[in-house]
Design a protein around this ligand. Structure first.
Ligand code: ATP
Ligand code: MG
Length: 667
């Protein structure tokens, strides 16, 4: 195969990029299984239909929902980039996710198989969910929450979290879910920014085999200026641990919610009524309050969940391992699956508690058929060893999904082979908090998949790769990933800051949404994500993507995970610094660093050879499992660390810093 590629990323220079050619020399291809293709929910014809009439296609998908007033308009783009979708339609999201299934005779279907970390379990049917959501809606109303008021949710992964979100949706009170792992500070700034009236929390949740308190962070957050408008804290009892109690403010969930009526009449809201605010994970800086609304959002998450996972609600058992505190949990635990009447698993804890086979034990126990997780988790499982999943019966699985970061080809192949019995399609789904729903992904019954590529935009979605001058790059070249047409589940603005919305997403290129990610089209026109453009390294005049070097490192048998950053360097502008986690059993022996440098050089060319490689035990990650490269850059450049508030575990950074001077390899 001939590769004549140029890349324009970041700083605007055009260089020939032999490393790209190497990355894209991925010749493994996997056709959809014949039986899946024959019975797929969505076939190749959907692309044609959407191309011929994009808005008509989305209007048709909107009919998946039950509207109180059917929309007659599809898109109002008269004031770009402020979109209105289905603007004259009215609907209730909770009704669509719960009540209508019960009305259709599916009340006894399990909506949620809850698996607590200590091993306690609970199955919640759609009929039960309807009663719980109705009671919680009454409870919020009793606390004075009115349509339009914001409610902060700071809970572990328990059924009440789903109930709380749906109860908010039911009464038209936008929720702002904050990760249970965030500090009081992070919680306080989010409560303040959204001006929340009520906080829903728990005494604690179970993590890593013990109760982990949540309520103290709420108590502390509410002492901060800007949080005064919180009138009540509604507290779920999960762990039974001691909690401080503010009389008049704090209310137990079981005391307030349990005594409410089980029937509640859902009110229909405008399609553009705010559904939720969600703060981005903060990988690149101060979190932004992303605003999503009702009708367009639900249409796209419902459609994409149906199409990309080929969901057959009567027989599938779906499991998304994300935390509900990030957008994947919103769109693909709560709103997508429930609007489709899915049966799903909800797991509270960590994948290695009490043992590293916990996830696979859960797949076996519930007969999970569709699994959706993140590359970080897949790489952790690779690190723990192939023998662990091999002990469990994973034969129920038929589709595997990935989201959150570029998935290295090596991890993709491992996932398919060791989790998917070498036969399940892997769908690598590219999307963002801002896009609300999936945008670029294979379709499991249609696409011939390529490990490491998100491939093509979903039907009805327009995405492409452009250069600095906004010209579409030819196949085989790289540049900036942009979305060229509005889509139903797009963010409507940044909460309270329209200007930041314009500046962040719409100012770099006229009339195009700039996602912030670098990408490349291969010779077939398939899209490969290359990481954030802010992370692209400039080494001796060459632009090199972090993803490429990381994938080269992960393709070495001893490496499970890698994070690469460019550190300022007097000779080469930037020097490549790599932090690697070794696979289970691999020791940090002499000569390994040299071996890895040579391996990268062989795969990507000498220009991409890291100057320093540092084996580490852990990498700094957000709670959604993404590597925070900007912190590693701070370390590599000996700076004080930037904002660490969204980091899972800040001691990781101390560990890495303490290792730096001696263990780094230099020449
Ligand atoms: P912040 O915007 O605060 O820096 P974040 O971008 O990490 O945080 P998310 O919206 O959760 O927050 O993540 C979206 C980003 O994750 C995308 O822009 C992209 O960089 C990355 N991403 C998500 N899915 C994929 C994927 N399948 N392949 C490659 N990258 C992905
Ligand atoms: Mg982002």
């Amino acid at each position: 195969m001939a590769w004549d590629t140029t890349v324009t990323l970041g700083k605007g220079d055009v260089v020939s990029n032999e490393s790209l050619a190497n990355l894209l020399r991925e010749e493994r291809r996997f056709a959809p299984p014949a039986d899946l293709a024959a019975n797929a929910n969505v076939t190749a014809e959907a692309y044609e239909r959407a191309k011929a009439d994009r808005l008509g296609f989305w209007a048709e998908q909107a009919r998946r929902l039950t509207w109180a007033a059917e929309p007659t308009e599809t898109l109002d783009w008269s004031n770009p980039p402020f979109a209105k979708w289905f603007a004259d339609g009215k609907l209730n999201v909770a009704y669509n996710c719960v009540d209508r299934h019960v009305e259709n005779g599916l009340g006894d279907r399990v909506a949620i198989h809850f698996e607590g970390e200590p091993g306690d379990t609970r199955s919640v049917t759609y009929a039960e969910l309807q009663r719980e959501v109705s009671k919680a809606a009454h409870a919020l109303t009793e606390l004075g929450v009115r349509t339009g008021d914001r409610v902060a949710i700071y809970l572990p992964m328990i059924p009440e979290t789903v109930v709380a979100m749906l109860a908010c949706a039911r009464i038209g009170a936008p929720h702002s879910v904050v990760f249970g792992g965030f500090s009081a500070d992070a919680l306080a700034t989010r409560i303040e920014d959204a001006d929340a009236r009520v906080v829903i929390t728990a005494d604690g949740g179970y993590r890593r085999g013990k109760p982990s308190a949540l309520k103290p962070a709420v108590d502390e957050a509410l002492t901060r200026p800007g949080t005064e408008n919180v009138g009540n804290v509604l507290v779920v009892r999960r762990t039974g641990q001691e909690v401080a109690w503010a009389e008049g403010r704090d209310v137990w969930w079981h005391e307030l919610v349990d005594r409410q009526p089980e029937q509640h009449t859902p009110e229909a809201f405008d399609a553009e009524h705010p559904l939720f605010i969600l703060y981005t994970s903060g990988t690149t800086g101060k979190p932004k309050g992303i605003l999503h609304t009702t009708g367009g959002y639900l249409t796209q998450v419902s459609y994409t969940h149906h199409a990309v996972f080929d969901l057959k609600p009567e027989s599938d058992v779906y499991w998304c391992t994300a935390d509900v505190g990030w957008v994947t949990g919103h769109s693909y635990i709560v709103y997508g699956p429930l609007s489709n009447g899915a049966t799903q698993v909800l797991y509270e804890g960590t994948p290695d508690t009490p043992h590293q086979g916990r996830w696979w034990e859960i797949v076996q126990k519930y007969g999970v058929t569709i699994l959706y997780t993140a590359p970080t988790a897949i790489r952790a499982c690779m690190k723990w060893g192939d023998d662990i999943p091999a002990k469990f019966d994973l034969s129920s699985l038929r589709i595997l999904g990935s989201v959150g970061e570029p998935i290295n080809p090596e991890a993709w192949v491992w996932y398919r082979k060791h989790i998917g019995a070498d036969k399940t399609p892997v769908v690598d789904t590219w999307w963002q908090t801002e896009t609300g729903g999936m945008m670029i992904s294979p379709l499991p019954g249609v696409t011939e998949t390529k490990p490491g590529s998100a491939q093509i935009p979903l039907p009805g979605i327009s995405a492409t790769v452009i250069d600095d001058d906004a010209n579409e790059v030819p196949d085989g070249s790289g540049g900036y990933l942009v979305l060229t047409e509005p889509w139903p589940s797009m963010l409507r603005t940044i909460w309270g800051d329209d200007q930041r919305y314009l500046d962040t997403y719409w100012s770099r290129f006229a009339n195009r949404y700039f996602a912030g990610d670098g990408a490349k089209k291969d010779d077939d026109g398939d899209i490969w994500l290359l990481g954030r453009v802010d992370d692209v390294m400039l080494v001796s005049g060459h632009n090199i993507s972090t993803t490429e070097v990381e994938s080269a490192l992960v393709s070495h048998p001893k490496v499970a995970e890698a994070a690469v950053v460019g550190a300022t360097d007097p000779q080469t502008t930037q020097a490549i610094c790599a932090f690697v986690i070794l696979r289970g059993g691999a020791a940090e022996e002499d000569g390994l660093v040299e071996e890895l440098r040579a391996h990268v050089s062989k795969h990507l060319g000498p220009i991409a050879k890291p100057k320093r490689i540092l084996p580490v035990a852990e990498l700094p990650k957000t709670r959604s499992g993404k590597i925070m490269r900007r912190l590693l850059r701070d370390v590599a450049e000996n700076r004080t660390l930037g904002d660490v508030t969204t980091l899972t575990d800040s001691s990781v950074m101390e560990l890495i810093q303490s290792k730096l001077p001696s263990a780094a390899s230099e020449d």
